[in-house]
Unconditional design. Structure first.
Length: 286
């Protein structure tokens, strides 16, 4: 018996063979040869799935093999005749077919390969591009991060960021408009802008996001008003009497202010002969 690498050839006559090395054997009766071929070791039955978008179909599959050299992707238009359209490397489990035509039905199958041959085929995945609502216009989302919104005062400055999520293609630019007039343009993330009104009125803040697949907008309305500084209010006080044996007594009242929180107000009280400052603020219930 001679050994030629991974093949063993025998020129002996017997019809029974004892094989020490576990391989696949082809037995020929009479004079002939016995050839041992190394097993592929590739696992078939990969689960293939496809996502269909406009002018693009994305294939995904399970990589069940541990010794593949890669995967071969085949495509069919009629579901019967297949042609190989791509080869990807080992441990790759996705492929994007950008050569498709919208509304055309395609069927795909995938198989693994190594230096010893091919595995069986995966299941077939069939569908048409442009038939599902997974286009960029359906998935892109624009938001104002950090924008105060609502009511501003003249001269107030409000810095914020525009956040773009769900874009299926690179963002080329983000533009910021105030009442239809462009204020600034950002070409790279983060997209930082600032709203600085100088006069009272109603304002529409709009951003325009341009990607390689489309143009998308989002707007928000705000107001700019001069805020009137009103006087704080205080409830009425009741007359109280303090007996000679008493050192103090509580006066209850309620205060408020439209522009200032109660914690920031300074409260003072006075009597006919003594002035009490805000150091005694805890003496009051309000």
């Amino acid at each position: 018996m001679k050994n030629f690498g991974d093949e063993f050839v025998s020129r002996v006559f017997p019809q029974r063979f004892t094989v020490a090395k576990k391989q696949t054997a082809l037995v020929c009766h009479g004079f002939g040869s016995v050839k041992f071929v190394r097993s592929l070791g590739l696992v078939i039955g990969m689960i293939l799935a496809a996502t269909f978008a406009q002018a693009q179909i994305t294939l995904t599959w399970n990589d069940n093999s541990s010794n593949e050299n890669g995967f071969k992707i085949e495509r069919s238009i009629d579901g019967a005749s297949y042609a190989q359209i791509a080869v990807v490397g080992e441990n790759v489990s996705t492929y994007e077919d950008v050569t498709v035509v919208d509304s055309q039905t395609y069927t795909y199958r995938v198989r693994a390969f190594n230096e010893y041959g091919n595995s069986g085929y995966s299941n077939a995945a069939t569908g048409s591009s442009g038939t599902t609502s997974t286009t960029e216009s359906d998935t892109v989302a624009i938001s104002f991060s950090g924008l105060q919104g609502g009511v501003y005062e003249p001269g107030q400055s409000d810095a914020f960021q525009v956040v773009v999520d769900g874009a299926k293609s690179p963002v080329k630019s983000v533009q910021f408009f105030v009442n239809g007039t462009i204020v600034s343009t950002e070409l790279q993330d983060p997209y930082d802008f600032s709203f600085q009104p100088t006069t009272e009125g109603r304002y529409t803040l709009k951003v325009m996001v341009t990607t390689e697949l489309g143009v998308y907008e989002k707007s928000v309305d705000v107001a700019v008003e001069e805020r009137v500084n009103t006087f704080p209010t205080i409830s009425g006080l009741s007359d109280i009497s303090i007996q000679e044996v008493e050192s103090s007594k509580i006066i209850e009242f309620v205060i408020g202010d439209a522009e200032t929180s109660s914690d920031s107000l300074v409260v003072e009280a006075s009597s006919s002969n003594t002035t009490h400052s805000s150091e005694c603020i805890n003496c009051f219930e309000w």
